[in-house]
Write a protein that binds this ligand. Structure first.
Ligand code: PLP
Length: 419
């Protein structure tokens, strides 16, 4: 037996004591997080159960934000070509921890071409998608008890990432009528502990896009405060839906408006590659102490074990970054769902981007409303876990036919309340 094999020592510890010790050895915080049911997953599992019981065509599952348009064909062609043409050891081997230089160069060039910015490859850190980008960025910026402002409604994982570093989530509600940024409310929420604010536009779950004028107003509030305090407040832009927009909507490029910006990007939605886990962080080279922030990003990535994003997909992105997704199907779904639900009488926020429709619950408790919706096989997500009460999220990245077939159920649900 090797000297360091502790199982030998454990054999002397009484079973009851050993069990107690094992329980005490794991992190309670992580155990609780692992046991916390995710509302979205819960609804998705219930949908699966109903699909088996009554047939998939009779269940209207609007729970998950999983893209249902295929990745552009160029992506698949590039994967196949890379596997055929490149050396197998090379294509599957580690890149440098921060990411392949060619990939980072392609991304920087593309950012500069599209947005007239001045990104350098050395400002970019490759990650396993937006969740990793956010986790790393929050860890890089925050010390214990720092505060991060999130605009409700917001993506629930922000809370997990912020609380993981023992920083504090400060929720600021968006304006009630249109779910746009309430700049005065943000201003009131800033304290000397505010380290960052997360901006997600196009927004999950509301589909709202924040216009340039509002971002400029927000930037002014943040700059005014920083000019007095001498400390920057960073904007963390979470933008996996940047390319999924409808009509002539512009999504402002925040690094052009506000210097202390860090962009968390992902190809999960724009190229329909959520399972491949690929994205990046851009630390604006105009941000205060940007080299130190970038070093902290590297440190945070290292401490979280994100030492190298998928090599194959980094090489794919070097060739496919900038491909425009074909979002026509999402646009058709949005129009059908929004128009039909408004016609029935629902109060909905018209989405300018992403693939979610946010409607007002027909009773105060959105959880109860979603429970009633299940009677009509409508699987909807109540808004409470997005930090706001009284709304429901409908993910319309589903087939057009599913939406068509679901409309009579939405009508019956409405009539149950208002008939
Ligand atoms: N941010 C938002 C707003 C999201 O909706 C999602 C995923 O749905 C993520 C981040 C995480 O994206 P990824 O799958 O790239 O980690």
């Amino acid at each position: 037996m090797a000297f360091y094999d502790h199982s030998f020592l454990w054999s002397f510890v009484p079973k009851s004591v050993a069990e107690g010790m094992v329980i005490n050895m794991i992190s309670k915080k992580m155990e609780m997080l692992g046991k916390q049911p995710s509302k979205i997953r819960e609804i998705f599992e219930y949908s699966n159960k109903r699909r088996k019981e009554i047939g998939a065509e009779n269940v209207f599952d609007f729970s998950l934000g999983n893209p249902n348009i295929p990745a552009p064909k160029e992506v698949n062609e590039t994967i196949i070509r890379l596997l055929n043409e490149r050396d197998s050891i090379d294509v599957h081997g580690y890149t440098s921890a921060i990411g392949d230089l060619n990939t980072r160069t392609a991304i920087a060039n593309n950012i500069n071409k599209r947005f007239g910015f001045s990104a350098q490859p050395s400002d970019i850190y490759m990650t396993s998608g937006a969740a990793a980008s956010l986790e790393i960025t929050i860890k890089a910026l925050c010390n214990e008890e720092d505060e991060v402002i999130v605009l409700a409604p917001y993506f629930p994982e922000y809370k997990v990432f912020i609380e993981n570093v023992n920083a504090k989530v400060v929720e600021v509600l968006c304006r009630e009528n249109d779910l746009q940024i309430d700049t005065n409310a943000v201003k009131s929420a800033i304290t000397e502990k505010t380290k960052a604010i997360i901006i997600n536009s196009p927004n999950n779950p509301s589909g709202v896009v924040f216009p340039e004028s509002d971002i400029k107003a927000l930037a002014k509030v943040l700059n005014d405060y920083s000019n007095k305090s001498g400390e920057p407040i960073y904007i963390i832009c979470d933008e996996p839906y940047r390319e999924i927009i409808y009509g002539n909507i512009e999504v402002p490029y925040i690094p052009n408006i506000y210097d202390n910006t860090i962009v968390c990007y992902s190809y999960s939605k724009s190229l329909s590659l959520p399972g491949e886990r690929i994205g990046y962080i851009l630390v604006s080279n105009k941000a205060k102490d940007n080299k130190d922030v970038y070093a902290a990003v590297c440190g945070a990535g290292r401490s979280s074990g994100y030492v190298c994003a998928s090599s194959l997909f980094q090489y794919v992105i070097a060739e496919c970054d900038g491909l425009a997704p074909d979002i026509e199907k999402y646009a058709e779904n949005r129009n059908l769902l929004y128009d039909s639900l408004c016609e029935i009488g629902y109060n909905a926020i018209r989405p300018d981007g992403a693939f979610y429709l946010f409607i007002k619950s027909l009773e105060e408790d959105a959880n109860e409303f979603c429970e009633k919706a299940k009677k009509y096989e409508l699987m909807l997500v109540p808004s409470d876990s997005f930090g706001i009460k009284g709304y429901v999220r409908i993910a319309y990245c589903v087939s057009y036919e599913q939406i068509e077939r679901s409309i009579p159920s939405f009508k019956k649900l409405f009539e149950e309340y208002c008939g």
